[in-house]
Design a protein around this ligand. Structure first.
Ligand code: 13P
Length: 344
C-alpha cells in the first residue's frame, strides 16, 4: 500500500506540473524557441552572413534574452543545453535572468534525429539514453519544462505508419521521464513543410500523426493535464503549386486539433516550420479567431521570431538596439495574432 505521505507528495508534484503547464500557455503570451543545436545555430547564423563560433552563439542568445521588456510577451524560452549553462556578458546565467523576469526556462531534451534503417528518408529522434538522469539534473538546475521534437516527412508513400508510431513511443517515453523528474513535457511531432504535398495531404498526415501520438501517450499513462502540444499548422508543402488561404489553413488546423487533441491538454503551441514571419503571424491570427477552443493556444516560434532581427544584427554590437526593436515588434505582432486581432 502507498503511504499517505507518498500520496501527498505525488499530489503536490502533480499540482506543480499542472501550474507550470498552465503558465506556459498564459493568455496573451508566447514562447521563444531559441534552442537549435550548436551546429544548426551556426548554419542559421552563417546563412545570415555571420561567421559563427561558441562566443557568437552566446552573443546571439544574449541578443534575445536580454531584450528589455520581453517578459510582457513571453511565458517561456526554450534553450539548448549549451545556452542553459551559458551567461550574458556580465557573467549572469541566462536561466537566472529568465527567473528574474518570471519567464520559464525550458530545456530541449532530444539530441537530434537519426534516419531509421529500412525506412529511407524517415527519421526518429534520439536521446532517450540517460534521459532520466538528464531530466533530473536540468530540473535541479532550474528548468521547469522540456521540449522534444520528432519530425514526420510527407512524400511518396511517406510517412510510414511504423515511423509515425516509433516516434509516438519515443515521445511518450520522454514525456514519462519528464513528468517523473518534475518537468512539463512539450511534445512536438512536427509534420515537415518540405515537399510538393497539398494542404489536404498535410491535413491527412497531421491527423494520423496526432491521433497516434495521443493514443500512445494515453496508453503509456502520461498525465495529459501536464502536457503541452507543440504542433505544425496544417499548410501545403513549400513546393506545392496550389496555395491555401489563411482561412483554409485555420479551418484545416482547427479541424485536425479538434479531432485528435483531448480536452484535458491545457495548451497547444505552434511552430513556424519554415513559413515566413508574416505568414506565421497571419495564420496564427486566423486560428485564434476560431476561438473558443478547449485549449489555450499560442506561438512557439524560432525562425519567425528571430530571423528578421538576426538579419539586422549581423553579429555587431552597434546593431543590437535596432535588432532588439525588430524582435519586440515581432513579439507584439505575434501576441496580437494570438488574440486574433493582428492587422498587417
Ligand atoms: P520554427 O519556429 O523555426 O519552426 O522552430 C520551432 C521549433 O522549436 C522547432 O523545433
Amino acid at each position: 500500500m502507498i503511504s499517505q505521505t507518498k500520496i501527498d507528495m505525488i499530489n503536490l508534484m502533480n499540482n506543480a506540473l499542472y501550474a507550470v503547464a498552465k503558465q506556459i500557455v498564459t493568455p496573451h503570451k508566447g514562447i521563444l524557441a531559441s534552442d537549435e543545436r550548436p551546429s544548426a545555430a551556426d548554419k542559421n547564423l552563417e546563412k545570415a552572413g555571420i561567421p559563427s563560433n561558441e562566443e557568437i552563439r552566446r552573443k546571439y542568445r544574449e541578443l534575445f534574452i536580454n531584450t528589455p521588456g520581453i517578459e510582457q510577451y513571453l511565458s517561456g524560452i526554450i534553450m539548448h543545453e549549451e545556452t542553459f549553462y551559458q551567461s550574458d556578458s556580465t557573467g549572469k546565467l541566462f536561466r537566472n535572468i529568465l527567473k528574474e523576469k518570471n519567464i520559464i526556462s525550458i530545456i530541449k531534451l532530444d539530441e537530434g534525429l537519426e534516419e531509421l534503417p529500412n525506412f529511407p528518408g524517415e527519421k526518429i529522434s534520439i536521446g532517450l539514453d540517460n534521459l532520466k538522469k538528464r531530466a533530473e539534473k536540468f530540473y535541479e538546475d532550474g528548468a521547469k519544462a522540456a521540449k522534444w521534437r520528432s519530425v514526420i516527412k510527407i512524400g511518396n508513400d511517406l510517412p510510414s505508419p511504423e515511423v509515425v508510431h516509433a516516434n509516438s513511443i519515443i515521445l511518450s517515453t520522454y514525456a514519462l521521464f519528464c513528468q517523473q523528474a518534475g518537468l512539463v513535457p512539450i511534445v512536438e511531432p512536427e509534420v515537415l513543410i518540405d515537399g510538393d504535398h497539398t494542404i489536404q495531404k498535410s491535413e491527412e498526415v497531421t491527423n494520423k500523426t496526432l491521433k497516434d501520438v495521443f493514443g500512445t501517450l494515453k496508453r503509456y499513462k502520461v498525465d495529459l493535464k501536464a502536457v503541452v502540444l507543440k504542433t505544425s499548422m496544417v499548410i501545403p508543402g513549400n513546393k506545392c503549386q496550389v496555395m491555401a488561404s489563411p482561412e483554409e489553413i485555420a479551418d484545416a488546423t482547427v479541424r485536425v486539433l479538434q479531432a485528435t487533441v483531448p480536452e484535458e491538454v491545457p495548451g497547444i503551441v505552434f511552430l513556424s516550420g519554415g513559413q515566413s514571419s508574416e505568414d506565421a503571424t497571419i495564420n496564427l491570427n486566423f486560428i485564434a479567431k476560431k476561438e473558443p477552443l478547449p485549449w489555450e493556444i499560442t506561438f512557439s516560434y524560432l525562425r519567425a521570431l528571430e530571423a528578421p532581427a538576426i538579419q539586422v544584427w549581423q553579429g555587431k554590437d552597434e546593431n543590437i538596439q535596432k535588432a532588439r526593436n525588430i524582435f519586440m515588434t515581432r513579439l507584439r505582432e505575434c501576441v496580437l495574432a494570438d488574440s486574433g486581432i493582428y492587422q498587417k
